[in-house]
Design a protein around this ligand. Sequence first.
Ligand code: FES
Length: 128
Amino acid sequence: MDNQVTLKIDNISVSVKQGTTLLEAARTINVRIPTLCHHEDLCVAGNCRVCVVEQSGSDRLLPACAIPAADGMEIHTNSLKARNARKQIIELLVSEHRLNVPPVIRMGIVNCKACRMSILLVKTGTSI
Ligand code: FES
């Protein structure tokens, strides 16, 4: 299939349609990457960098929601470097946001950034 790319995410081989983001590719194999600014119904912004992942052979971290999967990539979603970067990003974001707002959860979806931020704090073990 010409329009497919094959890569490894957390040592799991996955083939996806060309143009699929790293985040979408990870989700097809049930690898969860935290997100904040990403929403399926909106265009890709890639602003918050909470979804950063590490690529073998590269010093740069990649925002999984904005980078298309490419043949031969080896992506690590849970490396120490990626986790530490997420933690720092979340600490920086939290320092500028109010977290004591009432939760807004509709049909199991958290709809406000402050609530999603609170969840990310717990998931990443970030203290404020
Ligand atoms: S979720 Fe914000 S940059 Fe990817």
